[in-house]
Design a protein around this ligand. Sequence first.
Ligand SMILES: C[S@@+](CC[C@H](N)C(=O)[O-])C[C@H]1O[C@@H](n2cnc3c(N)ncnc32)[C@H](O)[C@@H]1O
Length: 213
Amino acid sequence: MSTPEKNKYASWAYAEEHSGQDSLLEQARHRSADVGTEPISDGTAAALTTFAAACGARNIVGIGLGAGLAGAALMRGATSDAVLTGIDADVDSVGATRQLLRSIGVQSSRTRLISGKAAEVLPRLTPRGYDLVFIDAAGESAADYVQHGLRLLHSGGTLILNDALDADRVPKPAVRETSTQAMRRVEAMLREDDNVVSALFSTGTGLLVAVKR
Ligand SMILES: C[S@@+](CC[C@H](N)C(=O)[O-])C[C@H]1O[C@@H](n2cnc3c(N)ncnc32)[C@H](O)[C@@H]1O
């Protein structure tokens, strides 16, 4: 009996399109180009909505807002009274996110959008005060933000790190870029941490998901 030909890329692309086109997020994707950021993929948006719903997220932290796609995706899955605390160093990204959230019906009382560097804002947030932390501004600082994220989560809370495969470079041993090495270190750190359970998904550019015990 012959083994069916494997085509991982075709499967990945199929899964990315599972949720279909979303016109609102499509507009926000164009806005990402205006603010000069790389937006999350459709598959990532669908995964974020699903994770937020699965953990009944009510208090959410988003690090790295871009044009707001991830914030919108998370708030779509979160509870109806959920509050998003969003951090971005870029004022235009904060403005674009505010606009997008308003356009999907999230009242301003349910958002706390902070313009500032994550390393300066994160220490001011309440430890064990959040259900879900999403990180999409990591690069070399991935380990620091993940440590902060775990501190902010209560037991049972979910941490999600985007671009965990660093644009497909993580699986290539010869690639030694600083950001690639940083993602490898975080993956190992979470795998070896007895206080979390974690899984690495190939969705979008890689989602590393950890639940705090
Ligand atoms: C890849 S984009 C995020 C895309 C976004 N999550 C989305 O939904 O499409 C990365 C964002 O991180 C922000 N950023 C980069 N370094 C940062 C830092 N040190 N502190 C806070 N935000 C930062 C950038 O301004 C940018 O908006």
